[in-house]
Ligand binder design. Sequence first.
Ligand code: URA
Length: 243
Amino acid sequence: MQLQDILFSQGFGTRRVCAGLVQQGHVRVNGEPVDDAAAEFEADGDLVFTVQGQDWSYHPKAYLMLNKPAGTECSQKPSAYPSIYTLLPAPLRQRPQKGGTTGVQAIGRLDQDTTGMLLLTDDGPFIHRMNSPRHHVPKVYEVGTRHPVDARQVERLLAGVVLDDDPRPVRAAACEATGECALRLTLTEGKYHQVKRMVAAVGNRVETLHRSRIGGLALPPDLAPGQWRWLTQDEMAALRDPS
Ligand code: URA
């Protein structure tokens, strides 16, 4: 694949901009400077390149995790808080996709005050699979509550509570008290404000909410709030197989 096309596919701008970056000496491939925009390289995961001093590796599709900080919105057009997308470098927001859309998208949304694990990708079918209720991908939430948690509340969350938009009860796949005012709740659906509404339905109130796990993948302790990184092959496998 030509270097200008590789850079274009990875979100560095139009083909013309990418050709210019190469011709002006801003690009190195596997450590070597390259100034021929039409130079051919094998576009695979081993290709490492540097654009304007920043190291990148080639990814045919982007799969990322972000530790979402509080006070950010999972929207491209946020209304009150900064968008989570501002936490990502421009190429990840600009990667071209079929159908004219650009960049990675969050897989599901977290509220502005919720922290923790968020996955992002430009793989549309993968987003669909992860969000589909049929696939029952478990998501684990660490909940801080206003009032002490009691055994009855845990029982009711496990048995199922009725929310105002659907007569069918929604239940936690797992639920345990982890402190006087703390719960760990596992959900396999993703209804609007689901944790907050379920906890309210049993007479308590969410004060803090943090997503610690999706499928078999836990938020790594060394990924600080606001930081992102590429998912590894092992992490992708863990997402598919939560066991
Ligand atoms: N449930 C909520 O209420 N909020 C979130 O951000 C995620 C799940």
